[in-house]
Design a protein around this ligand. Sequence first.
Ligand SMILES: [Zn+2]
Length: 289
Amino acid sequence: MMESMDFVSLVVPPKESLADPAWWFAIQEDKVLVHQESAEQATIPLLKDFAELELPILRRHYLGRLGECHCFTVEVPIGVGLPAGMRFEGLRQIYGQMNETLYSLAGRALQIVDWDRTHQFCGRCGSETRTHLTERAKECPQCGLLHFPHLAPAIIVLIQRGREVLLARARRFETPMYSTLAGFVEPGETLEEAVVREVKEESGITVKEIQYFGSQPWPFPHSLMIGFTANYATGEITPSDGENVDVRWFTADSLPQLPGKLSIARKLIDWFIEEQAKSSPTLKDNSAR
Ligand SMILES: [Zn+2]
């Protein structure tokens, strides 16, 4: 039923219907409080008031409305006892265990709590900040500087050469997994320039025909992934920046271990596989298995 509910982002709670149960996204460090219904299913607490759980809170923000329900986020200090059946879980652990809207709101809540926690003092004059009354901002009462939640934009790109795709095994991956190239956008760069630079740095090749694919909030801790596809232009693979242990061309029928379904990297690779299958009946058979 929740699939059809639209989320409206708000900073100030509307006056009406505050007595209704609300979704409470409780954050502790980088984890979110869930009611674990079974091994595969978790939910966010739906309560009239968070006080029902008798847990202390450090900070609280209104997130907006989901359908007819208000959404709040609160930060809970570490070391508190939890009600039976509830626990704090990492976002990656609860992926696929709840409705996608609630899941993405949990990611939003995590970022807002983290931003509030790390912006208690003004970055310019060092005074204690206060939460702005009507905007998602922390305000310095001394010098007036506003601190907004910050997002780090990162490009991610799937590069094709004929029927091949370029994938890299990053040093930071714990498993022998290969993924698309990605990197943070630098100040002053366009997204397309970031794609060209990052690909050159990580693989040594140049790309052309850069096309927007889609985007994904990536709250680990506060990125926005902007996905592209591109075609190989020139050059040989010469990994140089030390981020990757291997960079290689793969065909759709010889793909290595891939990232999980959560990531836009996987959506890009799945798109590539589908495109290849359209022009190759054999691959279609393989993907159906
Ligand atoms: Zn200041």
